[in-house]
Design a protein around this ligand. Sequence first.
Ligand code: COA
Length: 158
Amino acid sequence: MVTALYPGSFDPVTMGHVDITTRAAALFDKVIVAVYATPSKSLLFDADERVQLYKDAVPNVPNVEVIKFEGLVVRLAQDLNVEVIVRGLRSGSDFEYEFDMAFMNRRLAPGIDMAFFMTSQEHMFISSSLLKEVARLGGDVTGMVPPHVAEAVYNKFG
Ligand code: COA
């Protein structure tokens, strides 16, 4: 049985993240989505809200579990006995960022490998920061996030 860990800030989960989760869940026996509680970016949603929004975004994928975590992602992977970390890639700049993290993670925990999923074309331009800015300014984020996430984002901005 191969379980994969899919870590991220997910502030909030987007259709891009849902796409990666669904594809990873088709390939691995189980996917644990790990919501990083304390990223250095400024957050719109607290960790519990991000976990709940994620759970509600993948209600029909039975082999996906959503948890929150603090500390090193490789330590979490070791604690959970997971040997694969999944990440999504959209562009060359994502690659450079992921490249650095992958090598650091490999150095910290050589037994844990990475699996990268190329994003689907329709999600290439989506990022949590950009969609929050669009929503804050009253723009339409339909289709970039699941409907319940769009509602939660608009509620935050009143
Ligand atoms: N489609 C659309 N958008 C995507 C996407 C996809 N397939 N994949 C990522 N994104 C976007 C996100 O919306 C997000 O946008 P934003 O930066 O505007 O908010 C951005 O790409 C990356 O977000 P996310 O996927 O949530 O990852 P992250 O970079 O916030 O997460 C962690 C990084 C949590 C994995 C990393 O910081 C970590 O491992 N932290 C734990 C501590 C640790 O171990 N540190 C050492 C690491 S070497």
